[in-house]
Design a protein around this ligand. Sequence first.
Ligand code: DGJ
Length: 742
Amino acid sequence: MNITKTKSERGLNMIKYDDKLKIFKLDTINTSYIFGLDDEAGYLCHYYYGKKLESVDVRYLSRLYDGKYLPGVNARDKNGFSDVAPFEFSTGGIGDFRPHALEIVDKNGSIACELFYDSHRIYEGKEALTGLPATFSNKKGDVQTLEITLKDKILKLAVKLSYSVFSDTDAIVRSVKVINEGSDSVNITKIMSLSLDLDNEDFDLLSLHGSWGRERTMEYRDLGHGFTGVSSQRGVSSHQEHPFIALTSKNITQTEGSVYAFNLVYSGSFEAVAHRNQFDLVRVLLGISPYNFKWELKPGDEFIAPEAVMVHSFKGLSAMTTAFHELYRNHLIRSPYLHKKRPVLINNWEGTYFDFDTEKLVNIAKEAAKGGIEMLVMDDGWFGNRFDDNRALGDWKVNEEKLPGGLKELVRRVNDLGLKFGIWMEPEMVNPDSDLYRAHPDWAFEIPGRDPSLSRNQLVLDITRQEVFDYVWNCVESTLKSANIEYLKWDMNRALCDIYSAGLPADRQGEIMHRYVLSVYKLQEKLITTFPEFLLENCSSGGGRFDPGMLYYSPQIWTSDNTDAGARLLIQEGTALIYPLSTMGAHVSVCPNHAMGRNTPFETRGNVALAGTFGYELDTTKFTDEEREMVKEQVKTYHKYNDLVREGDYYRLASLRENGVYDAWMVKSKDDKEILVTFVLANKVCNVKGRKIKLLGLNEAYKYVDEETKVVYGADVLSNAGILISDMWGDYQSKLIHLTKV
Ligand code: DGJ
């Protein structure tokens, strides 16, 4: 064994290695993650993940030391070991019959892989994952990384497991790199970024389930024996399931109960499963979906699996949420807009759909300017023959019938009104009815001889091919350079199927789904480096690709096409469970709402959208006088509270999903000086005498004054008895309560 002590191993102490016991201990602010080498063979085994410990020697927890299991003690029954050992990174074909993280097909066709410790290093900071989005260090001393190299001598394979611990969040991130050190190619047919063995604690599994228009709704289920989990095979992280699962204690609340949560920094097909075996041992796996995945690793090649995030809280969901929010705000989002107010925007999609021209847009902008709105975003329909959603994707030339004088003229007129200008594109797509498709029918994913499956009448461009990638990039770059454009909504409106690329041979078609995601990342990396001051908002038919991977490129993502304030309560609750409020695209739209047919008060639509990036999505020329005045107030309110909402600590106070009647959340500034509580009464109940809502996360020694009523409250009262919210008249009424420290 080749164990080296590095400088940072002695200096920083978030990650420690005990030489004698051969134990690695990762300490976050409140949690410890402990694993080590078994005494004899050099397997890497997991011992503990939970509340922070002082003790180091917890090897007995692995159950390997009562003499029965270690292969050296009981060689006639090594299987008894393999099927029980809490492997830190599980592999297939060696008698561990639980689902495993790594499957390698050797040149002889076998799939066995057995990993033993080789070496490790501990260093300050964190290396980037080439080609992939990943968390990063922000300042000296804020991150420490452990990299362990495991080897399979038969396969001549090195597997590097990296773990990073941050000084300012309870999250731990990990990733896996596989290197072929042999002289023959092997194939990776499954590689999970995370494998974690725990004991069942009567867990429930929490996931974020959804569909178009109702993304990321929290859902709990029992963790029975066998598999429980979620996945996407759509080539995107998807509306339907989310690359997030958590194991929670039963009836977990915001402040009580235990949770182990896992999120994948990836935007393509994924798998997230928890498997409970015969001994009630639970293995969590999270990574790229093995569906249609096969990656050839040539001699000397390496494959890097996406980063996975782990958070444990023993104080309920709220602490878990905080850990994710801190990680993503401090170590994942890179945009210069991260800590800035985003311009209040007016997007014309729900206002006009495809039916617009320069005059109409300028009139919308004129009205918007009167209310203090700061940017016009022109959505779908400005290019080619795009009068509906059947044609023209791929033909990124301005339609001068709609926009005479082109983008320059329109943008000039919008800028003259004092508004910035933003644009919509869907760069990854092509319609069969387009000049692009007519010129290059082979550029779209289609399987030779098979009719492709259309969705919204469109096909996906094979951007894994260099010439297609270059065409797409040129379209994006030349569009953005053609006028004073300051914002891009990058849309993606269908899932991937009919996967076949003319760019790779038959035996490597299993690489395409992942290569596609890498190409999206490459395009967006090029975009943000070419236009560093730009504001990018990702979108995928609403929130179909709302994940940490995309947040590495854009500070905000369109949360859902469902802009109904009522539906948004559930969508934003689930989204904010892990993602900061500053990332959620949220707009006020018209009623009856286009997705729900529901009427909600204009004021409530504003109050709900204030929890996100804030903007409007309607035809401003159709405002009533009253609405025109309300917009002015809402924009002022946005400016008043956005620093707090964007930078503060978010707490979920009540859930409409749970109680069926009302919803409430709060944001508290980091310096404790300010609190904003939002309360929405969704479904009126007759004859209720007001409701007490208890605030969270307060220092009980402080006092706060309610800005509106001037009543002074002790924070102890606000926390333990709550604030009283009087009953309201009608459904979907809402209220903002602003408290400042006395
Ligand atoms: C789907 C997006 O989610 C909408 O906001 C809008 O941009 C349409 N696409 C345009 O086609």
